[in-house]
Design a protein around this ligand. Structure first.
Ligand code: MG
Length: 382
């Protein structure tokens, strides 16, 4: 039986790599739905090649353009952000691969879980913002969430066969990003061209900036808390600049298990789609003797305050991680627009966390409302 996949965000960096994985395993995987935000041309090319049942273009104004292009192809075309939570409930979908960036992924993922779909999750903001609600709904509906983030995939792979053994500690590795070892004074001057040059990973702009501030690691700590049910004070971040060890699990007898590999997102994508089986592929292989050395260091919490802000927000709970995420999303967008400096990103997040009223949301809509309010708060601050 083929697994039919809906890719939310198929034109982004992760979506494109997911399509390469699917193309290489035609006997197992098949594209059922593709969705894109605004890259209509790539969506059309992908649709003509992979022949999905349906596509969604989120930007309404591009609907007729996509519809006309796919007129003869017998592919259904929908438009608008509201189409995403609807399309994921389609009977024929087996797996929803959520690669949408940011809080925009929240509603579609929640809807997929409500519909009982297996979720391959590359959108970390979903669990950061509403981890409690999402994991509760998933367990009620018997839905498994498979991590696609390389660190969480590494932990998940290390946990295979160990699911009943208590975890003593999770160790999440971080490359340290382009500014590893730099001082706060240096960081005050950096521009987006520098921040967008990640040493190891090819990713979209938002996550690349998150890596430069180390907020990406903070979000991953919160994501890990929900995925694996481990409190954040038992999740340690270790900087490992070579990105070969993707993360580790320490069990209560002191044994530490890890997953290693070259920095390539295709492996975690494939594992999330083919789990529990592993399939042969032609991805480049890791050669240990080609790695000059593997090194490890403590993160610099002083130069990269975002990491600590994420720990604090997670410990506080309630709406705090949602506030953190919203303030981060708008600050990263402002930085990419050259409106604020690099260190204004943590400054604005800290401000939002200190002034925004604490609450304990119980619905997705409440979280989305808070997200909107926090973004307005930051936008009007200037
Ligand atoms: Mg990651």
């Amino acid at each position: 039986m083929k697994r039919k996949i809906a890719i939310l965000g198929s034109t982004g960096s992760m979506g494109v790599q997911a399509l390469e994985v699917i193309e290489a395993l035609p006997e197992l995987l098949e594209v059922e739905v593709l969705t894109a935000n605004a890259n209509a041309d790539l969506l059309i090319r992908q649709a003509k090649k992979f022949r999905p049942n349906a596509v969604v273009i989120v930007r309404d104004d591009l609907y007729s353009y996509v519809k006309e292009a796919l007129w003869d192809d017998d592919i259904k075309v929908y438009a608008g952000a509201d189409a995403l939570p609807q399309i994921v409930t389609m009977d024929s979908i087996d797996i929803v691969l959520a690669t949408i960036v940011g809080v925009a992924g929240l509603k579609p993922v929640y809807s997929a879980i409500e519909a009982g779909k297996r979720v391959a999750l590359a959108n970390k903001e979903t669990l950061v913002v509403a981890g409690e609600l999402i994991t509760k709904k998933a367990s009620e509906n018997g839905v498994d969430i498979y991590p696609v983030d390389s660190e969480h995939s590494a932990i998940f792979q290390s946990l295979a066969g160990e699911f009943h053994n208590p975890i003593e500690k999770l160790i999440i590795t971080a490359s340290g990003g382009p500014f590893r070892g730099k001082s706060k004074d240096f960081l005050a001057t950096v521009k987006k061209v520098q921040a967008l040059k990640h040493p190891n990973w090819q990713m979209g702009n938002k996550i690349t900036i998150d890596s430069a501030t180390m907020m990406n690691k903070g979000l991953e700590v919160i994501e890990a808390k929900w995925l694996f049910g481990v409190p954040v004070d038992k999740i340690e971040v270790v900087v490992h600049p070579q990105s070969i060890i993707h993360s580790l699990v320490q069990f209560q007898d002191g044994a530490v298990k890890a997953q290693l590999g070259l920095p390539d997102m295709k492996l975690p994508i494939q594992y999330a789609l083919t789990y529990p089986a592993r399939f042969q592929n032609d991805f480049p292989r890791l050669s240990l003797t080609d790695c000059a050395s593997l090194t490890f260091e403590k993160p610099d919490f002083e130069a990269f305050p975002c990491l600590n802000l994420a720990y604090q927000a997670s410990k506080k709970g309630g709406n705090a991680p949602c506030v953190l995420n919203a303030a981060n999303e708008i600050s990263v967008a402002q930085f990419l627009n050259d409106e604020i400096g690099f260190l204004d990103i943590p400054r604005q997040i800290e401000y939002a966390l200190s002034v925004f009223p604490f609450s304990k949301p119980t619905t997705i809509d409440e979280y989305l409302e808070i997200d909107k309010e926090v973004k307005l708060l930051i936008a009007n601050k200037k």
